[in-house]
Design a protein around this ligand. Structure first.
Ligand code: SAH
Length: 232
């Protein structure tokens, strides 16, 4: 079925989700065409990005740029990831089996989290900047995304009480893979994370073997804000 011009399920619930002009369904459809051209293949991911109102995850002043394939500032020196990167990382996470319980580190605007919540049973997300987390929570409530639990903490520690996770996605770049996060991965689970200093980051995918070992692959060169310690 060609879902290209189907109305977003969010537009039924939230009038602003429909958007106008630069934030309209047409704008979302054009972004999807572009992502397909850039090699995103997973229909499930494309379908979610087609429906999710990215313009509600950024400041109103920037809303007209919401469906450009670019990262945008969300305050506190942080950014909402580029749609291509969100799509690619999500695709990497869903590649073999659809994970049931997913941990995200770096809630930021909440957009990536909302994408995940549209695809899996339960998402846990951790953000170190309180103000960003509050805004993200407001968006989750507004859009009726009820399968997200969030927490204000240093996400490098994961969420031990809820571990293990079928998948973990880190959306800020550390200097190395975090041991604490790897330890919270279920056997067969997948972690996707950018690693490395600014200007020299690799996107890594790590799969946890049943025997306790890990398989690691470098997927792409990427550019993320740094993974920082402590809370703010
Ligand atoms: N997934 C987000 C991307 C936001 S940018 C989105 O879709 O908008 C990365 C986010 O990671 C920032 O909000 C930053 O504050 C957060 N972050 C950085 N280090 C962190 C840490 N140790 N624990 C939790 N969040 C962290």
């Amino acid at each position: 079925m060609d879902g290209l011009h189907r109305m977003s399920r969010f537009a039924h619930k939230v009038p602003e989700a429909r958007g106008l002009g630069m934030t309209s369904q047409r704008a979302r459809d054009r972004l999807i065409e572009r992502l397909v051209g850039e090699g995103i293949r997973d229909r499930r991911v494309l379908d979610v990005l087609r429906q999710l109102p990215r313009h509600l995850f950024i400041d109103e002043a920037l809303a007209t740029r919401a469906y450009e394939d670019t990262a945008l500032p969300i305050g506190q020196g942080q950014t909402i990831s580029q749609p291509y990167v969100v799509a690619r990382m999500t695709e990497l996470l869903l590649d073999q089996v659809v994970p049931r319980r997913v941990l995200e580190v770096g809630t930021g605007s909440g957009y990536q989290c909302a994408v995940l919540a549209s695809l899996v049973d339960q998402v846990y997300t951790v953000e170190r900047i309180d103000e960003l987390l509050r805004n993200a929570r407001r968006r989750f409530r507004k859009l009726g995304l009820s399968n997200i639990r969030s927490r204000h903490d240093d996400g490098r520690l994961g969420w031990p009480d809820e571990a293990p996770f079928d998948a973990i996605m880190v959306t800020a770049a550390g200097s190395d893979l975090e041991e604490a996060l790897l330890a919270q991965l279920a056997p067969g689970g997948v972690l996707v994370a950018p690693v490395g200093p600014p200007g020299k980051q690799d996107l890594l995918r790590v799969r946890a073997n049943a025997d306790g070992g890990w398989q690691r692959e470098i997927v792409a060169a990427v550019s993320f804000v740094p993974l920082l310690g402590g809370v703010a």
